[in-house]
Design a protein around this ligand. Structure first.
Ligand code: ADP
Length: 484
């Protein structure tokens, strides 16, 4: 079979492929802006495309000037390939040498054009120049580590060497070592050359993908290491925290016994069981007793906090009538209010005694504990004339809201973030109001364990309002049709 390749078809088809490759590389470049070598690699199919467009037109092809322009664009395309490979392998690029190289080729082309060099002379000059950047590209890629780029590297190098082989073949033809139909041999080798360009471009694409893959692998390795060391730190912190909690629990137990002794004996002395006392003695015993009580409360709070942190506090949720809870809790809260005639102002926005009132699902001891803490704070941080208000609202289908408000000094905005932090007194550290800053953090943990919420609003000089949202007993949905 007489198989003849037509040069115009060959160059048109390869132009199409170069365009496709150029578009793919360009899209890659847009998506990976950090890999600037891709832009240089875009130059490879681009200048090849120019050459094949020039060669596809037989009128141009037979015109010397276009052949020279085509040759220069091939050299440019190989230079672009080389720069990209150098950048990819992190090698130093010697720009002056590259410029001298390019200018020399242009000068040679001008000279050959002027003397009207024949095809053989032209081709020899072109092949020798084209070989240099192609061989240097192979060298740059050969330095890539096999471990990370094995397949991609050898795939690309194979096609570059293939191209070198074609150049060698052209040199042989030019020296007239072959007998026979040169033109067909040239066109056939040209077809292979175009094929190798397409595979070289494919190689460049898979190399950039490999670079991204390696970056991701490295990142994930770093993340794994980081996660492992974080885990270590977490385990250590957990262990330290457990030790701290155990220490707190032990100390609290140890402190409670002598404290109870101090409180008990000072109480009985004050009551004059063992003989009468003068006023001064009574006053001082009052201080001893009060101090003891305060320390005992503090120790109890510390113990509580350490138990909460260890998850040792049992929350027993039960359905309780809201009215009943208030009736039981109000007297306790009123006891905290200073001054015998003063009482908590109760604002009932839900109709507490209504028979339809929904029950709440809480641990009532814990809710009382939280309310006592909120009311104690309202008393402590409210000024002398301040009244304390407890408001009960039907918030929505899920919660009732209990708000405790006072007309105290309020809280500075900058301290909002510290309010629920344990042992943080939110700027009141140096005030003469007693406290260690754990009441609200305990309250927060307790209410959250009951599926509720705690929050506050405050205005300096106007007062504060702390509230807890208490979950209602979930309503069982009626079967369809039962509501008629
Ligand atoms: P303590 O009262 O022992 O300091 P809390 O945890 O109960 O601890 O409160 C933390 C901090 O929140 C208090 O030190 C205080 O600065 C601020 N705070 C709490 N309640 C009020 C309130 N009603 N008015 C103003 N500040 C308050």
């Amino acid at each position: 079979m007489n198989f003849i390749i037509d040069i115009a078809t060959l160059t048109s088809v390869s132009s199409l492929f170069y365009t496709v490759m150029l578009v793919i590389l360009f899209v890659f470049r847009r998506q990976n802006k950090d890999l600037d070598m891709i832009l240089w690699w875009c130059g490879f199919p681009f200048f090849r495309l120019i050459n094949s467009l020039i060669s596809s037109d037989s009128i141009q092809y037979n015109n010397d000037i276009y052949i020279y322009i085509g040759n220069i664009s091939v050299i440019l395309s190989d230079i672009m390939l080389m720069i990209g490979c150098y950048k990819f392998s992190n090698l130093k690029i010697r720009w002056p040498l590259i410029f001298v190289f390019l200018l020399s080729f242009i000068a040679l082309s001008i000279y050959q054009y002027n003397i009207g060099a024949d095809l053989s002379q032209r081709s020899q000059g072109f092949v020798y120049f084209a070989l240099i950047p192609v061989i240097l590209s192979t060298y740059a890629l050969s330095l890539l580590p096999n471990k990370e780029y094995l397949i991609e590297k050898f795939f690309t190098i194979f096609w570059i060497i293939f191209q070198v082989g074609i150049f060698a073949f052209w040199t042989i033809i030019n020296f007239n070592f072959l007998n026979g139909d040169y033109e067909q041999a040239l066109i056939f080798s040209l077809a292979l050359s175009y094929l190798s360009h397409i595979f070289i471009t494919l190689g460049l694409i898979i190399l950039t993908i490999a670079r991204k893959r390696n970056e991701l692998t490295q990142e994930s390795r770093i993340h794994k290491k980081l996660a492992a060391s974080l885990n270590d730190v977490l385990v250590k912190a957990q262990a330290a925290n457990n030790e701290k909690n155990a220490f707190l629990a032990n100390m609290s137990h140890e402190l409670r016994t002598p404290l109870n002794t101090i409180i008990g004996f000072s109480e009985s002395l004050k009551l004059e069981y063992y003989g009468t006392l003068n006023e001064k003695q009574k006053e001082y015993l009052g201080y001893i007793n009060g101090g003891g009580e305060y320390l005992l409360r503090l120790v109890a709070d510390l113990l509580h906090l350490s138990k909460i942190e260890e998850g040792k506090i049992d929350i027993i949720l039960e359905n309780i009538n809201l009215n009943k809870l208030i009736n039981q809790t109000l007297p306790l809260l009123n006891e905290i209010i200073i001054g015998e005639d003063n009482n908590i102002i109760l604002i009932d926005n839900v109709g507490l005694s209504s028979p339809k009132i929904t029950t709440i699902n809480i641990d009532k001891i814990r809710v009382k504990q939280i309310l006592i803490n909120l009311v104690s704070n309202a008393v402590k941080y409210g000024n002398e004339k301040s009244s304390v208000t407890l408001t009960i609202d039907d918030l929505d289908a899920t919660f009732f809201r209990f708000s405790v408000s006072d007309q105290g000094d309020g809280i500075e905005k900058s301290q909002y973030k510290n309010i629920f932090k344990p042992f943080n007194r939110a700027g009141k550290k140096n005030s003469n109001i007693e406290g260690v800053g754990i009441g609200l953090s305990i309250s927060k943990q307790l209410i959250e364990d009951m599926n509720g919420k705690i929050d506050f609003k405050s205005e300096v000089g106007v007062g504060s309002c702390f509230w807890i949202d208490i979950p209602k007993t979930p309503q069982r949905s009626l079967p369809i049709g039962a509501a008629k």
